[in-house]
Ligand binder design. Structure first.
Ligand code: AMO
Length: 430
């Protein structure tokens, strides 16, 4: 019976393991074979004169990264990983690997990100890479638990849509029979429509598609968004939910992923402190102007250099609040006493933006007015606007980028590291 490698201790009498040939060292009379499965590594020690001749023969035939099965006696060995070694009674090659390997799984030879992504199945055999995805799994698990415990309903909305959500640009057109259709940029309109359906608290974890041309370390053309929408609350209420969720996720990862955290070589893993500061947009811009020579604005957003400068000053997770209405989408609720600014926010890690949200406009006529003001045609939003005519409750929500959350949590240099098969300006394969 095969056992996971990390369950074998120096006291285990005997074991059967199946895994990949991580490293093979043949010293003539003695051979060492490191076997790796997803739980760890064990050294198989082969004193050739003392084992059956077919074992010595099989050892010679094994290429690196072949799948092999080994059964044998376990012995304590201080110099081996985990303080034990396996002396084989039998070795079998289950699946022989071709040579040469397109990339060195044992990490003796570093590989470029492009080579790694081209050969992601091999790259992901490396413990420090699989660790990222074990943690991403924990992040999504903690997210679902948090929402379930707090009475949210998980929804799944269509990714094939007829119109833009966030404005007219950055859409991928698709061929949909005789109609014009696109890949959705955000579940925004659907999660709001579910407020009209009386669901009160919904969330979705799903893909968003952005046909952005820029090729940066924080932009993907297909990303995963954790979205919520909540009725009978405002921007303040959902900002608190966002802070609670993010802290909860960090705590869960800290509690359940110590092996993966160690595989990544992170010496500290700090859960963000309560009470993320709330910095008005106007003050954020003042900090940026004082610290940063580059352009502060970047389209409708704060530019990367400015974002970094403000992040440095804040030194922790924080919110930027009270944005100018002119640079936020039509669905953001303007303040009654000053409609030039709106009840929108971004949640920031010192390195980059993680989330955007707002209290929404729930009044039909104001929404039509705001859509038109943005130069969009309200007639294209008929399906979205209609629910606002039949008892739409006040509501608020946000979208949180899952890859950016993992990237910043683990200090990864590039957001692509947090995606198995990233889609960027140049990459649609694998
Ligand atoms: P926004 O467009 O700011 O807001 O997106 C929300 C969050 O999703 C992530 N994100 C991305 N991550 C990687 N690559 C991208 N190209 C990318 N685009 C977005 C970011 C971002 O903060 N409908 C609103 C949300 C709302 O108001 O509820 C929206 O989509 O982390």
């Amino acid at each position: 019976m095969r056992v996971p490698i990390n369950t074998i201790t120096p006291d285990t009498p005997s074991a059967e393991v199946i895994g990949w040939a991580h490293e093979i060292r043949d010293l003539g009379g003695l051979a060492f074979l490191l076997i790796r499965d997803r739980t760890g590594i064990i050294q198989v020690t082969v004193p050739k004169k003392k084992v059956a001749p077919e074992i010595a023969e099989t050892i010679r035939a094994i290429s690196r990264e072949s799948v092999v099965r080994v059964t044998g006696m376990v012995k304590p060995e201080g110099k081996a990983p985990g303080g034990r070694e396996l002396i084989p009674d039998a070795i079998e090659i289950v699946s022989l690997s071709a040579t040469p390997l397109p990339l060195d799984v044992a990490e003796k030879v570093p590989a470029e990100l492009d080579t790694r992504l081209d050969n992601r199945f091999l790259d992901a055999r490396r413990p420090r890479v699989s660790a990222i995805f074990k943690i991403r799994n924990a992040v999504q698990h903690a997210t679902r638990n948090f929402f379930f415990d707090n009475g949210f309903i998980e929804i799944n909305t269509s990714k094939i849509v007829a119109a833009a959500t966030e404005g007219g640009t950055e859409l991928f057109p698709i061929a949909y029979f005789e109609k014009e259709a696109f890949l959705n940029q955000s579940p925004q309109l659907y999660k709001q429509m579910m407020m009209a359906a009386g669901f009160e608290k919904v969330y979705e974890i799903g893909p968003i598609f952005r046909a952005e041309e820029h090729n940066t370390t924080k932009h993907l053309n297909e990303a995963t968004s954790i979205d919520i929408e909540v009725s009978f609350t405002d921007h303040i209420g959902v900002m608190q939910t966002l802070e609670d969720l993010v802290r909860d996720i960090y705590q869960f990862v800290d509690k359940t992923c110590s092996d993966a955290i160690a595989d990544l070589g992170l010496d500290s893993f700090a859960v963000p402190e309560k009470g993320f500061p709330r910095l008005p947009y106007s003050e954020a811009i003042e900090i940026a102007s004082a610290k940063c020579e580059e352009d502060i604005a970047y389209g409708d957003d704060i530019g990367t250099a400015a974002e970094r400068a403000i992040g440095e000053e804040m030194g922790r997770m924080y919110f930027i609040v009270d944005w100018p209405s002119s640079i936020r989408p039509y669905y953001a609720m303007p303040y009654e006493n000053d409609p030039e600014i709106c009840k929108a926010f971004d949640m920031m890690h010192p390195r980059m933006e993680l989330s955007s949200g707002a209290q929404r406009v729930h009044q039909h006529d104001l929404l039509v007015e705001q859509i038109a003001k943005k130069g969009l045609n309200p007639e294209n939003f008929e399906f979205y606007l209609n629910p606002f005519r039949f008892g739409m409750p006040p509501h608020a929500g946000w979208g949180l980028g899952a890859e950016r959350l993992v990237t910043t949590m683990l200090g990864l240099p590039n957001v692509r590291e947090a995606v198995l098969f990233p889609r960027d300006r140049h990459r649609v394969v694998p």
